[in-house]
Write a protein that binds this ligand. Structure first.
Ligand code: HEC
Length: 599
């Protein structure tokens, strides 16, 4: 493995240049105008002298604001703090910039104060308008409470801006906080103004030579965020903490401790002061792990291997060769439940994926959900979807955490539509199987899942091929439906569809029965490897990407298509939604572009 230099993250020259900010300062408004806007719009609460009143804190010399960029102050004004008494302001860009510039001028000499953890930009309790983790929230539901865009007006949704990234097939889900959007490409991170799409900063380092697998393709799925930092994994599995204000490198940690073909592709997950990460590379023979680092320092807190070594628990599930490199990679972001303080992380296929000489047995902990103690990495329970996998059935579908009465009992559940073709409902407090049902018309590798939770295997190499994959899924508490993209595919065997290589469907599943309530057959080349995922909203909508490059919204209740935008490029990423200044937007990566839509 090639090691990238531990030097300062090189900044692309124009990136950090304040081009975005400078261009916002219209020719007409000056600092004096900023003072005037302040007098009219802000002084009533913050005082004419900006020293504060009973209705708002002092801003002059305020240590919480010291060091804040004009951009950050602008987004405070745009968003306000509706819950604690400051309205969101619908000012023009010129007025915003002028008033933010004026507030900045009042901060000269103030010493920055580190904001208390979880204050404004929080890690676990996002404001309804923010999208702070890969799956939106720690429960990975990909459900947003935003409802401005709804079934009645989605037809009016328009493209607001495009941000191009030089990479053919982006897989990133953007994050948004405080009016700034964070996106990634191969070894690249961009902060962009969420309202205009203009670049605020950009960090890049050269792609690592000699990598294999997805990391070599430049795949990256995004970031994690906490207070003043964003966390990013490089193609060669280094975890970086970057300063949110300007992208400078705060710390860097090399994740692997053994020289194997490790790659980095996933968005990390942040919970409190911990950053959880995983690695890719099972198809090239790695020993997978989940690792936890301290957000402030990058220091390793624990590492949990997904493949045991001789003498360790579960080593007996590998008969034959000592499994030095059994796969079990951890290449998709997990989820977290605060109430039981449990981390849930999915694992990938065993290595080699379709050859089992030298790996008799169940091959734990491949193709599993692992329930872990986030403080120690200790395993609370595991559930293996495909024991002794011979068909590359990674369990890297998002572990979706849902609390709702189930079969007459209040339950804490984990929903998961697996790559092996079965939809599962688990009790996430103990891993007990509550429901398993095929979500495809053709599943013949197993006749069902037994009461003991094990598949009743008929032919381990049977259908389907790629029923589901890492595509994001969503659960809406309003409809009680679980949404995902399913692929009816079994190469070499007729399926009864026009193209025997299969067809993709958007499906909505009733979680109580596992029955498909509605489905939308997907247009476009059946074989197109669209790995777009879904997003559900309180506006009654489900957004998703189609194999023909369409970006569509359907009615969450019945699947009726209400809106479709032809991106005409390959969609491999999942949509997200956010609000700034009380206006809702929907963003998605399509081909080499980030697209942002609003009413
Ligand atoms: C109706 C009262 C009100 C108005 C009008 C108002 N604010 Fe505020 N502002 C507040 C309150 C209350 C807070 C504290 C919110 C919190 O800490 O959660 C605040 C916080 C802030 C902060 C962050 C301060 C900190 O300590 O973190 C900034 C910056 C700010 N306001 C700027 C402005 C500007 C600029 C305007 C005018 C465009 C403005 N505010 C108008 C009530 C107001």
């Amino acid at each position: 493995m090639t090691e990238a230099p531990r030097s300062v993250f090189p900044l692309i020259a124009h990136a950090v240049a304040l081009s975005a900010i400078v261009s916002l300062v219209g020719p007409t408004l000056t600092a004096a105008d900023g003072k005037q806007v302040f007098g009219q719009r802000c002084a009533g609460c913050h005082g004419t002298d900006a020293k504060g009143t009973g209705k708002g804190p002092g801003l002059a010399g305020n240590p919480r604001l010291a060091g804040r960029s004009t951009e950050q102050l602008t987004s405070i004004v745009r968003q306000g703090f509706p819950d604690s008494g400051m309205p969101a302001f619908d000012l023009s860009v010129e007025e915003l910039t002028a008033v933010a510039g004026y507030v900045r001028s009042l901060l000269a000499g103030a010493t920055p104060e580190i904001p208390p953890a979880g204050k404004r930009v929080t890690w676990g309790q996002p404001q309804p308008g923010d999208w702070l983790t890969y799956n939106g929230k720690l429960d990975a539901n990909r459900y947003s409470e935003l409802r401005e865009i709804d079934t009645g007006n989605v037809a009016q949704l328009r493209l607001k801006w495009i941000f191009p990234i030089p990479h053919f097939g982006l897989e990133v889900t953007p994050l948004e906080a405080d009016g700034v959007m964070y996106v990634t490409g191969p070894n690249q991170v961009f902060a962009i103004d969420a309202l205009t799409g203009s670049e605020i900063w950009h960090c890049a380092r050269p792609r690592t030579a000699g990598l294999v697998g997805d990391a070599a393709l430049g795949t990256n799925r995004g970031l994690a965020i906490r207070d003043d930092k964003v966390f990013f994994i490089t193609d060669n599995a280094h975890l970086l903490a970057l300063d949110r204000a300007d992208g400078h490198l705060v710390w860097e940690t090399v994740m692997p401790e053994e020289p194997q073909s490790y790659g980095g592709t996933l968005a990390p997950l942040v919970v409190n002061e911990k950053v959880f990460t995983g690695v890719s590379g099972a198809d090239e023979g790695i020993r997978g792990f989940i690792a936890c680092y301290h957000a402030d320092t990058g220091k390793l807190i624990w590492r949990r291997w997904t493949i045991p070594r001789k003498g360790e628990p579960a080593a007996e599930t590998w008969r034959g060769n000592e499994p030095l490199v059994g796969g079990g990679s951890t290449w998709l972001t997990g989820s977290y439940d605060a109430e039981t303080d449990t981390l849930y992380w999915p694992t990938g296929n065993p290595y080699p994926d379709s050859e089992d000489a030298g790996r008799g047995g169940d091959n734990l902990y491949t193709d599993c959900i692992l329930a872990l103690n986030p403080n120690t990495g200790e395993l609370k329970w595991h559930y293996q979807f495909t024991p002794h996998d011979l068909k590359d059935r990674d369990a890297t579908e998002p572990p979706v955490l849902v609390d709702t009465p189930y079969q007459g009992k209040a339950r804490k559940m984990l929903l998961h539509a697996d790559r092996n073709g079965f939809f599962y409902v688990l009790d996430r407090t103990n891993g007990e199987l509550l429901l398993a049902k095929a979500f495809l018309r053709r599943v013949d590798w197993a006749s069902g899942i037994g009461a003991d939770g094990r598949p009743q295997v008929v032919d381990p190499r049977g259908c389907p091929d790629d029923a589901a994959n890492w595509s994001s899924t969503a659960y809406s508490p309003t409809t009680r439906l679980y949404y995902f993209l399913a692929l009816e595919e079994c190469v070499g065997r007729p399926l009864g569809y026009p193209d025997q290589t299969g067809q993709r469907f958007l499906r909505a599943v009733n979680i109580d029965t596992g029955n498909i309530v509605w489905e939308v057959p997907q247009p476009g080349p059946a074989k197109a490897k669209t790995w777009s995922g879904v997003l559900a909203t309180a506006g009654g909508l489900v957004f998703y990407g189609q194999p023909n490059g369409g970006f569509a919204a359907v009615d969450a209740r019945d699947g009726k298509t209400l809106w479709n935008f032809p991106t005409n490029v390959h969609m491999k990423a999942s949509p997200m939604t956010f609000s700034v200044g009380r206006k809702q937007y929907v963003a998605v990566a399509a081909g080499p572009n980030i697209l942002c839509f609003g009413l």
